[in-house]
Design a binder for this molecule. Structure first.
Ligand code: ADP
Length: 196
């Protein structure tokens, strides 16, 4: 299995690059943001509870997102591998993911970090909000809070994965196709991915 984490702050381009990576490497996409939005749309109990956190720009509790990822993986055991997008976002989520993968007799191969300036991120999020109607991309207070959650709880994962020798940072500014090439090169450099 080839399991990849696509990492970066809100608006870094994780979803865009995930779509391209999935196509190229035949992976399954797990986006906790998409899963949460689907629950919200279906007005499930989980979705209703998560809405409060999402609209304030806060992280949804770890147990909720870990449970969703666990269910998704259990339903897709035949997959060649997963690309985790927007997950993990905290150290406890990363620990839970390591255990989950161990239970499936696999592990994370690489963490690809998209590096983008904060000014550019705010611009992208506001533009995305106008296009998609996503409420959490239209409110500047919510956006600011998502960055502060990212800086406090998610950014420490860079050192977590650096200490496991798994983190590769990629310049996430500029052309979508150039960024995708850089990401693909980093994957091809991995030992054991030659057969892909
Ligand atoms: P973005 O990366 O642009 O913030 P996402 O779609 O990944 O967009 O996430 C939207 C919101 O969903 C987050 O602000 C957060 O409230 C919630 N969320 C998504 N993934 C997680 C996660 N792994 N842990 C906690 N909350 C999450």
């Amino acid at each position: 299995m080839l399991n990849i984490i696509i990492f970066g702050p809100p608006g870094a381009g994780k979803g865009t690059q995930s779509a391209k990576l999935i196509e190229k490497f035949g992976l399954k996409h797990i986006s906790t943001g998409d899963l949460l939005r689907a629950e919200r749309k279906a007005e499930t109990e989980l979705g209703i509870q998560a809405s409060e956190f999402i609209s304030k720009g806060e992280l949804v509790p770890d147990s909720v997102v870990v449970g969703m990822v666990e269910n998704f993986m259990a339903a897709n055991t035949e997959s060649k591998g997963f690309i985790f997008d927007g997950f993990p976002r905290t150290i406890p989520q990363a620990d839970a993911l390591d255990h989950l993968l161990e239970a499936h007799k696999t592990r994370i191969a690489i963490v690809l970090g998209l590096e983008v300036d904060e000014d550019e991120l705010v611009k992208r999020l506001l533009a995305r909000g106008k296009e998609s109607g996503r409420a959490d991309d239209q409110n500047e207070d919510t956006i600011r809070n998502r960055f502060s959650e990212y800086n406090a709880k998610t950014q420490p994962l860079i050192n977590y994965y650096k200490s496991q020798d798994k983190y590769t940072g990629v310049d996430g500014m500029g052309e979508i196709d150039r960024i995708f090439e850089d990401l693909s090169k980093a994957i091809f450099k991995l030992n054991g991915s030659a057969g892909l």
